[in-house]
Design a binder for this molecule. Structure first.
Ligand code: 13P
Length: 246
């Protein structure tokens, strides 16, 4: 039985007073829930959120990490530094990093390995664009991203994978539960070929316009174990409703 996992990706949003109000309202709203829950603010707010989350069960994560351990790399933040700030999770290979920062599968693979060495649990993001889906390439694109990032990883323990179709991110146009389930089942088949021992326990999250209104039907699918939530995670009520639905 896989424990549901719901992760908030704040992206480049936040401000001191807003963060405090959001986290306090979210924690107050969150009552009965079964899911593991992680908040990923921008790097600079990790310390603030670590304090705000205090002894709650809600965990802290980052949105990216460097592929290098330490050194003269201006602007980079290492996985170990994130651990030091209280993060336990890190998102790796988000489509916005791939698109705007030209992150390759090889770079994503290096980040995954850094994250695991530092004791962080990485969440590997994969997903096709609208054009690729229309060309019938969705599965081959996702498979190439998975193999490119995971091939050298010794085993798939201590990892989660998020399927985020690029065309569903921030567009209000979520994949249907059936579309998402079909891709999740495909992803589980691909990872089974890599590591049959751990594939059935691996949590697969869906991301792309997840809202309070569509979360339950997505989570009802056999291979959807949770969500990676952007926009709706900036609204305490909406995000608490999504966590409760998981
Ligand atoms: P939205 O929930 O805003 O579509 O963003 C999804 C996402 O990119 C989460 O990482």
């Amino acid at each position: 039985m896989r424990q549901p996992l719901v992760i908030a990706n704040w992206k480049m949003h936040g401000k001191g007073a807003f963060n405090q109000a959001l986290v306090e309202a979210f924690l107050a709203e969150l009552k009965e829930y079964r899911a593991q829950c992680v908040l990923c603010p921008p790097f600079v707010y990790l310390g603030q959120l670590a304090e705000l989350l205090g002894s709650s069960d809600v965990m802290l994560g980052a949105q990216d990490c460097s592929h290098i351990a330490e050194g003269a790399y201006t602007g980079e933040v290492s996985a170990q530094m994130l651990r030091d700030c209280g993060a336990q999770w890190v998102i790796v290979g988000h489509s916005e990093r791939r698109q705007y920062h030209q992150e390759s599968d090889a770079l994503v693979a290096a980040k995954l390995s850094m994250a695991q060495h530092a004791g962080l649990t990485p969440v590997l993001c994969v997903g096709e664009t609208q054009e690729q889906r229309e060309a019938g390439e969705a599965e081959s694109v996702v498979k190439a991203q998975l193999l490119g990032a995971l091939d050298d990883l010794p085993d798939l323990q201590g990892l989660a994978i998020a399927y985020e179709p690029v065309w569903a991110i921030g567009t209000g146009l979520s994949a249907s539960p059936e579309q998402a389930q079909a891709m999740h089942a495909f992803i589980r088949d691909v990872v089974t070929d890599l590591d049959a021992t751990n594939a059935s326990a691996l949590r697969l999250l869906y991301g792309g316009s997840v809202k309070a209104g569509n979360a339950a039907e997505l989570f009802a699918q056999a291979d959807i174990d949770g969500a990676l939530v952007g926009g709706a995670s900036l609204d305490a009520d909406a995000f608490a409703a999504i966590v409760s639905a998981a």
